[in-house]
Write a protein that binds this ligand. Structure first.
Ligand SMILES: C[S@@+](CC[C@H](N)C(=O)[O-])C[C@H]1O[C@@H](n2cnc3c(N)ncnc32)[C@H](O)[C@@H]1O
Length: 219
């Protein structure tokens, strides 16, 4: 998040009340500095799943399953499923437990694997793909996920404004240079994708949406 805390807090106050489970996860993430989406982004994810009626959802980067629960709740309403991938087995086990407590054990499948490795072996197609794993690998995720997105499907990507550092002229420590330039490369490629409509929103740490056009109907 790169805009004032007061604004983030205000957006949060406008959300529907969150249940005790999500609040507990937020506290845990804060205490253990586990990066998870903001509540406003979580709420937005669930709405996106509803809007596009997604039934097959892929998430790259589970952590303890906070965003997974929002995606899972949307998927459940659509009679769909979420497949979530994270290479950190310890976190994935904790996510499994939270997802079970959310009553979504039958809706979410977990894959303890490196996201690139998973994508290279994948044969399934998805209606919505949420990218939130290694920031420096976003250009590769883009190349590998686009072919597996169904027509009409949605690519949703978190942290694309990377604390505002992707903005030309922003000041950041030199150690972040590679990550910032990879993110800029990713955004350039995403917004130039043929057959997609894109939008970048300054919500949370920056969210990019890319909608794959349906094939034109021909008589
Ligand atoms: C930002 S956290 C995900 C947060 C989660 N989406 C949420 O909002 O609740 C990123 C996660 O990606 C995982 N990760 C990082 N690089 C990865 C990779 N190459 N393959 C799979 N998982 C990866 C990390 O273990 C971490 O749990």
């Amino acid at each position: 998040m790169f805009y004032p805390f007061a604004l983030e807090k205000y957006l949060e106050d406008l959300l529907p009340p969150r249940d005790e489970l999500l609040l507990e996860m937020e506290r845990t993430a804060l205490e253990e500095t586990i990066p998870v989406v903001t509540p406003a982004v979580g709420n937005f994810l669930q709405m996106l799943v509803r809007f596009c009626g997604a039934r097959k959802i892929l998430e790259l980067g589970t952590a303890i399953g906070y965003s997974t629960i929002y995606l899972g709740r949307g998927a459940e309403e659509n009679g769909g499923r979420v497949l979530t991938v994270d290479m950190n087995r310890g976190r994935l086990d904790r996510a499994r437990e939270y997802v079970k407590r959310a009553g979504l054990a039958e809706t979410v499948d977990f894959r303890p694997e490196n996201a690139l490795h998973f994508l290279r072996g994948n044969k399934e197609r998805f209606d919505l793909i949420f990218i939130d794993a290694a920031k420096g690998e976003y250009p590769e995720y883009l190349e590998l996920t686009v072919p597996f997105l169904n027509p009409g499907g949605l690519l949703v990507v978190d942290n694309v404004l990377f604390r505002g550092w992707v903005v030309p002229g922003a000041v950041y420590e030199p150690k972040y240079e590679r990550m910032v330039s990879r993110m800029r490369k990713f955004l350039d490629e995403l917004t130039a994708l043929k057959g997609f409509g894109c939008s970048v929103l300054p919500l949370g740490d920056g969210i990019a949406l890319a909608h794959k056009e349906r094939e034109p109907i021909t008589d």
